[in-house]
Design a protein around this ligand. Structure first.
Ligand SMILES: O=c1ccn([C@@H]2O[C@H](COP(=O)(O)OP(=O)(O)O[C@H]3O[C@H](CO)[C@@H](O)[C@H](O)[C@H]3O)[C@@H](O)[C@H]2O)c(=O)[nH]1
Ligand SMILES: [Mn+2]
Length: 726
């Protein structure tokens, strides 16, 4: 029987929480697997002492197994108490005037990688929430400082006056106009046709401005009210150097509509801006001055709303007096549109966004993943029990903002707090707001909030709350994850790392769970060792694992298949398919040898002050039709990135070892079975790489240069092996 915890307010159920059925079998298996690992460690020590194989090999294998064991321990803590929650938004019964105010933060940073129309659609989709319109304020942060984005939002404000009533009167579910109008699944009324024409006209106007690269105020702007602001884009204006621009594009004082505010914080080349974390802190302050809503939704500009009731789902938790005292945030999963059938690049990120999150949820709550997250504003100002006061009273989280947002002093203060030197000698970024110092500001900030005692909740309604965009070519995928790797390492090697700081502040399981991410980049160690060493030994006929007749052989078989089977079961139980799982585990190897590997290098260079890693925004504008077609057909797209070198190198070594192993099968008999199996497994995983090396001629193939360099590396490795292994 499944235990169920119900949370009720005046006997009305707002949300329930069920432990997953797999919990018990998983705990039992954890004990068995632990015994297996202890036996393996014993075997390692025994081999070290009796050393029949070269010492270096035994040591490297031991090191890899230690890393794998640690990561396994972190995964086990995430499998200890997985839970599933359900909300009952229909039971949320506040009167419209009693709904809490909601501030929505949307971040954008580059009008060419993040098309202004996309930003406008995201803004429109949340403005149209099933929520009292005058309680919503949408703040768009534009780190690209682009007049094109401002123009698109101006158009969106005008269009919203038609779009919002249309959605609400017709109970439209797709509230991103782009999604609604490109869907074929509904009938068109006259009214819908009219709105569609309006939308298309707006899109054309925006496209015209984007194509010409600037806003021609005489031609494109009809209302005098907005003309002046474009004069700010003078000849001195660059995205790295410009004054603060705050423009209220629509406000609820004149009509019952959401506020829409464009914010581009002041930038100067000499002041650090802390990327997205800095942008969000600016929005925290600007919104404090203007509306100071107790609830904040943060979104990346590609994450449009797909479920108009999402805020109600979040309110089921945030309004529950039994838990909301220490509830810091309600995190929704990141879901993506346009992923191919079997998800060849594992872009769904099922493990981080579904499987692991469910595990975190049964401990202290999910990590923060940067977007689709409803925050309790208070959580940014110290622990639940001790408020950290901001620099000025106007920024306090509990203040009631009752001045009109268009009033002179409100606007003046808003400009002031968006200045690039405002944060100097304040607690912003350290004790208040989003934390600075990591390229994964989301993970880092969530971690610090948990350490302060805030809890979080994972909310995943059946109808996905948000959909975003995921990279569609492998270079972008590994590039994005390399940024994450650098960001994670910045946390792992800081004063506030999950091991020392985490163990002090959190429960054992929770800090171990955080370590799971902190040590993500360390996967590259076992992957490199297991990807090269046994294979090299195989080429020289040196045995590094027990032979088939040795009972220890079965321990290796058990650990490998046990771990893989559990990984598969995780995946299937959270709604995945076999094919997607297979692709996911392949991507894990690819990431290990590209993103993680180069992330390590980049981080080392940064530590030695030889480079300053930047936040490379992932492109959401894909114009390469051939590439998109390959993606649809599930053909790997490698391209000319040097990131693919290690992976190609490992693929070649495995192929050689496998062929050589098969050739010598009779001579070596059972001695090298495990090594041959390992190489065989790698070869099967590498099939798309061989294809891209030898059979393909399109732009997505592996460049000759990469193959050639990988060939040279293989040669060097084999020569080195001669000295160590012969
Ligand atoms: O200087 C910057 C850089 C980025 N962004 C915004 O940050 C968001 C995320 O950038 P993106 O290129 O889409 O990165 P992803 O790797 O897709 O994002 C994931 O990882 C990031 C941390 O690396 C988190 O911030 C994101 O929420 C999370 O979705 C986008 O809206 C950007 O506009 C800024 O506002 N300012
Ligand atoms: Mn993104």
């Amino acid at each position: 029987m499944v235990r169920q915890r119900k949370h009720t307010v005046d006997d009305i159920t707002l949300h329930t929480c069920n432990p997953c059925r797999r919990t018990m079998p998983y705990r039992i298996y954890a004990v068995v697997h632990t015994c297996g690992i202890i036996a393996l460690m014993y075997h390692h020590v025994y081999s070290l002492l009796t050393a029949t194989t070269p010492l270096i090999i035994t040591c490297l294998l031991l090191l890899s197994d230690i890393v794998l064991t640690f990561i396994w321990a972190t995964t086990t803590s995430l499998r200890f108490n997985p839970v599933h929650r359900t909300e009952y938004p229909e039971n949320y019964s506040a009167k419209p005037e009693d709904f809490p105010k909601l501030d929505v933060f949307i971040c954008t940073a580059d009008p060419y990688k993040e098309p202004p129309m996309m930003v406008a659609n995201t803004a429109l989709s949340v403005m149209a929430y099933d929520y009292p319109s005058d309680k919503i304020s949408v703040y768009v942060s534009d780190d690209g400082g682009s007049s094109l984005t401002l123009f698109a939002l101006m158009e969106a404000a005008k269009f919203s006056k038609h779009w919002l009533p249309f959605c609400k009167n017709n109970n439209v579910q797709d509230r991103s106009p782009e999604v609604y109008f490109s869907s074929k699944s509904h009938s068109w009324t006259k009214e819908a046709e009219n709105i569609k024409t309006m939308y298309e006209t707006m899109k054309k106007r925006v496209q015209y401005v984007v194509d010409s690269g600037r806003v021609d105020t005489d031609q494109s702007i009809e209302s005098d009210q907005f003309r002046g602001v474009f004069n700010l884009w003078d000849h001195k204006f660059t995205r790295h150097d410009h004054p603060t621009i705050i423009k209220v594009l629509q406000h609820n004082e004149s009509e019952i509509m959401p506020n829409l505010i464009y914010v581009s914080r002041e930038k100067s080349r000499v002041s650090p801006h802390h990327f997205k974390a800095g942008a969000l802190n600016t929005l925290l302050r600007v919104s404090s001055v203007m509306t100071n809503s107790p609830i904040i939704l943060t979104l990346d500009c590609d994450m449009y709303s797909n479920n108009p009731t999402a805020p109600l789902h979040a309110l089921c938790y945030l309004s529950d007096p039994k838990i909301n005292f220490s509830l810091g945030f309600v995190q929704f999963p990141q879901k993506f549109k346009g992923i191919n059938k079997n998800d060849i690049y594992a872009s769904e990120l099922k493990r981080p966004f579904d499987i692991i999150t469910v595990g975190f949820d049964g401990l202290m709550g999910p990590i923060h993943v940067g977007t689709g997250c409803f925050f309790n504003r208070r959580a940014f100002y110290g622990s639940p029990t001790s408020l950290v006061l901001p620099d000025i009273d106007e920024l306090g989280p509990n203040r009631i903002a009752d001045k009109p947002i268009m009033s002179q002093d409100v606007l003046a203060l808003a400009h002031n707090v968006a200045g690039c030197n405002y944060e100097r000698n304040t607690n912003w970024g350290s004790k208040i707001g989003f934390r600075y110092g990591s390229l994964v500001e989301d993970y880092y900030t969530g971690f610090m909030l948990h350490c302060e005692g805030w809890r979080s909740v994972f909310c995943s309604p059946t109808k996905a709350a948000f959909y975003g965009d995921s990279p569609k070519c492998l270079t972008d995928v590994v590039g994005q994850q390399m940024r994450w790797t650098v960001g994670l390492l910045e946390v792992t090697f800081s004063k506030y790392n999950p091991i020392t700081y985490g163990f002090k502040s959190l429960s054992l399981l929770m800090s171990l769970a955080y370590c799971h991410y902190a040590f993500w980049p360390f996967w590259s160690i076992p992957l490199t060792v297991y990807g090269l060493l046994p294979q090299l030994a195989l080429i020289y006929g040196v045995s590094v694992f027990p032979k088939v007749s040795d009972p220890w052989f079965w321990l290796y078989i058990f650990l490998f298949f046990g771990a893989y089977a559990q990984d598969l079961s995780d995946f299937l139980l959270e709604g995945g398919t076999y094919r997607k799982w297979w692709n996911d585990q392949r991507m894990w190897m690819i990431r290990g040898l590209s993103s993680f590997f180069f992330g390590f290098i980049e981080f080392t260079l940064k530590t030695l002050n030889l480079s300053t890693p930047r936040f490379n925004v992932t492109s959401k504008a894909n114009n390469d039709d051939k590439q998109l077609k390959r993606y649809e057909q599930e053909i790997f797209d490698f391209g000319p990135s040097s990131m693919f070198l290690p992976m190609t190198f490992v693929a070649i070594v495995n192929l050689l070892a496998f062929i050589w192993g098969i050739y010598n099968l009779y001579a070596w008999e059972e001695e090298l079975t495990l090594q041959l199996m390992l190489a065989g497994f790698a070869v099967v995983n590498c099939l798309p790489i061989y294809e891209a090396m030898m059979l393909r001629k399109d732009d997505g193939a592996l460049p000759k240069r990469t193959c050639f360099l990988a060939g040279i590396l293989t040669f060097v490795l084999i020569v080195l092996g001669y000295f160590f292994l012969k």
